[in-house]
Design a binder for this molecule. Structure first.
Ligand SMILES: Cc1ncc(COP(=O)(O)O)c(C=O)c1O
Length: 413
């Protein structure tokens, strides 16, 4: 059968690692799973309690509001004011989405169509590439934090604290891409702290991009999935902290990582009124909104568990330290990222030629550790594997010991 939108999709490389992991587990092997970014930390108790209570009320069993119930949108407005000093009108500047992924996907239907172009970082969280493609648009990949094509090993391993500044090079690459694309791109997708490269930016960087967008009438879409996942005192900026950003920008804010509520599927698109209005309208045709008890519980999470993201973050920071320090001691030096729940690890030189997929497969079979091969995030990601910090420190230490043994074996063999 012909499925025109689907047939052109490349095989999902993460699925290959996942099936190796499942095979190994079925054979009784205790694989340390640092592959998929699926948080293992429980959601806040207040949200769970509220959910249990709300689900018993038959009034909550009906269709809910597609754009989100008013109290939920008000809770987001309050959170943005508290956290970022950004004022949002809950009626016109916030729409609830079924996770950031759904929000991004349908947002691209609103913004783009055949003949339009989006600039997207490479490597990227896959939906940043596929959402514009599903909308029928062209995607121009803009290199972020990986060596330049042509061979020379630029010092662009995206490690905060290192000498290179991946975000600076990315900005230059964006400008170059802008110059060379015609017709001019309608959308620029960004996401900082960045999955998978862990690159981070400051408010001055965001301000430069907003000024550029204002001058050139391009829409900025900022996926802010790791708004709270930042370490060593670094505070990721919301793009809406830039004065005037609402003229050109929207931002996706999700409870998935901050509140460890991945399965609940609650996120928001906030910012430019016209774009919020357009997505709200599209969604009113497509869905009836998230189950109301979930919306009620999510409201309570934001209003009453405001400190929870900090607790979650401390856990990720300890795991980050365990992994980076452990791998460095094992002879695979890795600098610590400033943000995200990932570690983006350049494949050590002797194994680079294997490519990231083969190397990740090797890690499953010989080290009993699952990672995500960098190539799954686009061609710009080969040469790296991504570790997700979704197992506890003890398990991470076990994984590091196994990796050390496997790498030694590879060297000897
Ligand atoms: C950059 C980025 N955006 C969005 C998501 C998914 O967010 P949600 O669960 O809200 O769809 C993830 C999850 O890993 C992510 O890394």
């Amino acid at each position: 059968m012909e499925f025109r939108r689907i047939n052109g999709l490349p095989p999902y490389v993460f699925a290959q690692i996942d099936s190796l992991k499942m095979q190994a587990r079925r054979a009784g092997v205790d694989v340390v799973d640092l592959g998929f970014g699926n948080p293992d930390i429980p959601s806040p108790d207040v949200a769970v309690e509220k959910m249990a209570e709300a689900v018993r009320n038959p009034k909550n069993h009906r269709y809910s509001a597609s754009r989100g119930i008013p109290k939920l949108r008000q809770a987001v407005a309050d959170l943005y004011l508290r956290k970022f000093g950004v004022e949002l009108d809950y009626e016109s500047e916030i729409v609830t989405t079924i996770g950031a992924k759904e929000g991004l996907s349908h947002l691209m239907w609103v913004l783009l169509g055949p003949g339009d172009t989006a600039l997207v970082p490479s490597p990227s969280y896959p939906i940043h590439i596929y959402a514009p493609l599903f909308a029928g648009a062209d995607v121009r990949h803009v290199r972020l934090g990986v060596p330049k094509p042509g061979g020379e090993e630029a010092s662009i391993v995206p490690v905060p604290g290192g000498s290179a500044a991946p975000e600076e090079e990315f900005f230059e690459n964006l400008m170059e891409a802008w110059e060379s694309v015609w017709p001019k791109p309608r959308v620029i997708v960004i996401s900082f702290p960045h999955n998978p490269t862990t690159a981070c930016v400051d408010l001055a960087w965001m301000t430069r991009l907003v000024r550029f967008a204002q001058e050139h009438e391009v829409v900025l879409v900022h996926d802010f999935a790791y708004s709270d996942t930042a370490f060593d005192g670094y505070k990721p900026p919301s793009i809406l902290q830039v004065p005037g950003a609402k003229d050109v920008a929207v931002e996706l804010y999700t409870l998935t990582k901050s509140f460890s509520m991945a399965g609940w599927r609650v996120a928001f698109m906030v910012g430019n009124k016209e774009i919020v209005g357009a997505l709200t309208k599209l969604k009113s045709y497509l869905d009836y909104g998230t189950f109301q008890p979930i919306q009620i519980a999510a409201t309570v999470a934001m209003n009453e568990a405001g400190e929870y993201p900090k607790e979650v973050n401390e856990i990720y920071q300890s795991r980050r330290d365990a992994l980076c320090d452990g791998l460095t001691r094992a002879g695979w030096p890795i600098e610590k990222p400033k943000g995200t729940m990932f570690v983006w690890a350049p494949i050590p030189a002797p194994y680079k030629e294997m490519g990231s997929l083969e190397f990740a497969k090797y890690l499953v079979s010989e080290a009993e550790v699952a990672t995500s091969p960098g190539v799954g995030f686009g061609p710009g990601g080969d040469g790296f594997v991504r570790f997700a910090l979704i197992e506890n420190e003890k398990r991470i230490a076990q994984g590091v010991r196994n990796i050390k043994k496997a790498l030694t074996k590879l060297e000897e063999g």
